[in-house]
Ligand binder design. Structure first.
Ligand code: ADP
Length: 451
């Protein structure tokens, strides 16, 4: 096992990883920016190193500062969490070249899956169904027009290097293609340093269903059921649950084995997620693979009764998976609400500031992953996630009842949060009955419905 793990992240996920290390008896090193000196991950880790000023590219996004911190403290492994350097193949390479284990898959797989068109090609080879679209990058406007014509409108234009819901454009008619194509290229060049585009058929009102997999370095792969992530705003997830109301045991098995086959086919190890779009007829299509632990991993941890972060660490240390597919049972229901410091009535505008009152809910079936405490100053430099509230029960109804109660018990003052949004959302009749897809929040104006 590792002697010491450095956590190259901040916020709730840094705490989550420290907790896993503590349970495994591994000392930890936190790194932090000057804006995060008073952060909980700094006080909960065994050691802490300040790696630079507040802006991420001078701290959490600077590989050299992080590797130096690992070398100074004698850490022999780095856990990248999610975001920041988690899907940066060059960083994974740098770790390896410095003799430090990167807790994640190989740099090569990160590189392959980070290129969305290459990822699709590899998944096709592995026998995974993908959304019909261009084979690889669209080289020119003329070629793009021809491909769009062949697939049929509506289509979605995606940046090869895009991510986080950015770099996508839906085109419904031929006459809109040219302008959208050029604007999308310019945007992608600005945002990701890469203007390359590819085209996909736009699936109307699909569900976003993702499969969690675990794979070790010895060729063992298991799938751990699905997460329903269709509740999105601007392609960003707000609430996730496991299992999905739209998936029956037969489909779960089918999607799970396809995901495991895909992971194996691309040479994956560590925890990973294969994202699919699911249409009304139970057709599912590969969208992308996330080569890291995800924000919404706790819902799977609860229903599959596994600690995914500890598994990641064990896998990185070279251990074999100690669970086999036949031992995995999905039991109960878990829902996660992302509590963001945002003013949902003002278009979810970030609302950093000082948390004056912070009272956490509790009782049966509640888990909270949060780095916030009373009097904590939320810095304006990073993402606005301040807590993940997870409720679970024997079934969806019980999980929802507990979530309702927990949202009522959760008091945060000083900053606006998405708690009121989640209260409206989880009591909306269509949400309660499970009639929703990725377009739900575009069609339903929860703000209007409540006034
Ligand atoms: P990112 O890497 O930026 O998160 P994804 O490829 O995972 O991008 O897509 C994010 C979201 O965009 C999906 O959850 C889905 O809601 C929507 N989306 C992506 N591709 C399609 C498609 N071909 N048809 C319909 N919706 C799509």
């Amino acid at each position: 096992m590792f002697k010491k793990v450095l956590i190259a992240n901040r916020g709730e996920i840094a705490l989550r990883i420290i907790r896993a290390c503590k349970e495994l008896g591994i000392p930890t090193v936190a790194v932090h920016s000057e804006a995060d000196t008073d952060s909980l991950h700094v006080s909960f880790a065994d050691e802490a190193v300040c790696i630079g000023p507040a802006p991420s590219n001078e701290s959490y996004l600077d590989p050299r500062r992080i590797i130096s911190a690992a070398e100074i403290t004698g850490a022999d492994a780095i856990h990248p969490g999610y975001g920041f350097l988690a899907e940066n193949a060059d960083f994974a390479d740098m770790c390896e070249n410095s003799g430090i284990k990167f807790i994640g898959p190989s740099a090569q797989v990160i590189r392959d899956m980070g290129n969305k068109s290459r990822a699709k090609e590899m998944m096709i080879k592995a026998g995974v169904p993908v959304v019909p679209g261009s084979e690889g990058v669209v080289e020119s406007l003329e070629q793009g027009l021809a491909i769009a014509e062949e697939i049929g409108y509506p289509i979605i234009l995606k940046a090869v290097s895009g991510g986080g819901g950015r770099g996508m454009r839906i085109i419904r008619a031929k006459e809109d293609f040219e302008t959208n194509f050029q604007m999308a290229q310019a945007e992608a060049r600005g945002a990701f340093g890469d203007p390359s585009m590819y085209i996909e058929k736009y699936i109307e009102n699909p569900r976003h269903i993702e499969i969690q997999i675990l794979a070790d370095e010895h060729g063992n792969v298991v799938h751990l059921g699905e997460r329903e992530c269709s509740i999105q705003r601007r392609h960003q997830k707000l609430l996730e649950e496991a299992p999905s109301i739209a998936i029956d045991p037969e489909l779960r098995q089918r999607m799970g084995s396809v995901a495991a086959k895909g992971a194996k086919g691309v040479g994956y190890f560590s925890a990973g997620t294969i994202e699919f779009l699911l249409d009304d007829d139970h057709n599912f299509y590969f969208m992308e693979m996330n080569t890291r632990i995800q924000v919404e991993h706790p819902v799977t941890e609860i229903v599959a009764n596994l600690d995914l972060v500890k598994e990641q660490i064990r896998i990185a240390a070279g251990e074999k998976l100690d669970v086999r597919q036949k031992d995995i049972e999905i039991k109960g229901h878990a829902i996660e609400c992302r509590i963001n410091a945002e003013d949902w009535e003002k278009n979810f505008m970030p609302n950093p500031g000082k948390v004056e009152v912070f009272h956490l809910p509790g009782g049966p079936g509640i888990r909270i992953d949060s780095h916030v405490y009373q009097q904590y100053q939320i810095p304006p430099f990073y993402d606005s996630l301040i807590a993940k509230l997870i409720a679970y029960g024997r079934d969806r109804e019980e999980a929802l009842a507990r979530m309702n109660r927990a949202l009522d018990e959760f008091f945060i003052e000083g900053v606006k949060t998405t708690i009121p949004f989640h209260k409206k959302l989880i009591n909306h009749p269509d949400f309660v009955s499970g009639k929703f897809d990725t377009g739900f929040l575009d069609r339903v104006d929860l703000l209007k419905e409540t006034k």
